[in-house]
Ligand binder design. Structure first.
Ligand code: U5P
Length: 297
């Protein structure tokens, strides 16, 4: 249950107290104008958070799609997740694939399980990417709601490189896209054609969110994925595909359903972008891939 914070009594713990006149970070925005925290290294105390989530005995579902050739990314993804993802908490890995026999066997720590969900594939990579919304909404309602409190939905061509823990969890969270976190609104690659359901007017938008890392409670992820899938189907019927497929629809959704927490680009980084001073940790990194060799295969 995600609503039972009031039943928690913290145990005695020794740490330096928060200082009203000394904010932990002065170099980055720590809070949105709608009072959603933006998660940066240095702004939270994992010990306090871990105790809260441990007491609630929370189980986290990590969903990932490995369709066609993308199964090659699963080994590194799972091995690094075992080292860095939700350490000390209960985790279910939900692996959506059309090649269940190619899912590698990875040694799992206690309280952690792999669930392989066989799904169909599609010829175009754009369609594979977009159909994730449909499958996530279907399985959220059918299965995840009975098994986990929170869902974390990510790309598979990635590796964990540092701690990703319960500090990310909230009713509805999104991640700042590493390519656009300092960009002006006019540079955000929202869908700008009014004919698409993902349309965002040029004078609107808070952030540009990444399609490769979002989540929340199962109920919130169900609402998000269902809405995005429906919008994608309307576009399809109208013969239009949003510029960045489901990422465009996700950005439209977050504009009008504000996330309750936002993850900094620490949670979705690409080393091709270098390592700026503000980036204290690179927690989840893109694995280089040869697009021509791996997409549409
Ligand atoms: N994906 C596949 N197989 C494909 C294309 C995409 O599984 O043939 C899934 C992967 O989970 C990938 C995500 O991380 O869609 C987004 O695609 P990309 O932008 O990483 O290529």
């Amino acid at each position: 249950n995600t609503q039972d914070f009031h039943n928690i009594k913290q145990s005695r713990m020794i740490y330096t107290k928060p200082q009203i006149l000394k904010p932990p970070r002065c170099d980055v925005l720590m809070m949105t104008p709608w009072f959603a925290p933006i998660v940066w290294e240095g702004t939270y105390n994992s010990e306090i958070l871990n105790e809260q989530f441990r007491q609630r005995n929370v189980t986290v579902g990590l969903t990932v799609f490995a369709i066609k050739k993308y199964v090659v990314f699963l080994k590194t993804f799972l091995e690094t997740a075992e080292t860095y993802f939700m350490v000390g908490h209960r985790v279910n890995y939900y692996i959506f694939t059309d090649r269940p026999e190619e899912v590698p066997k990875v040694a799992l720590k206690e309280g952690r399980n792999v669930v392989v969900l066989q799904v169909q594939n599609y010829p175009r990579w754009q369609e594979i990417s977009m159909r994730r919304m449909e499958m996530l909404s279907y399985f959220s309602q059918q299965r995840f709601i009975n098994e986990v409190s929170y869902l974390v939905c990510v790309d598979v061509d990635m590796r964990f490189n540092d701690q990703v823990g319960v500090e990310i969890l909230s009713d509805l969270f999104g991640t700042l896209h590493p390519g656009f976190y300092t960009a002006e609104r006019r540079s955000f690659t929202y869908e700008h054609r009014p004919a698409s359901q993902a349309y965002v007017p040029s004078d609107e938008g808070d952030f540009y969110y990444a399609g490769g890392f979002f989540g929340g409670t199962v109920t919130e992820v169900y609402k998000l994925t269902k809405k995005c899938h429906e919008a994608i189907m309307v576009d399809k019927a109208n013969g239009i595909e949003a510029i960045w497929q489901e990422e465009s629809h996700l950005n439209k959704y977050f504009l009008y359903h504000k996330p309750t927490k936002i993850l900094s680009p620490e949670y979705l980084w690409d080393d091709n972008l270098g390592t700026p001073e503000i980036l204290k940790k690179r927690r989840f990194l893109a694995v280089p891939k040869n697009h021509a060799a791996i997409r549409n295969k």
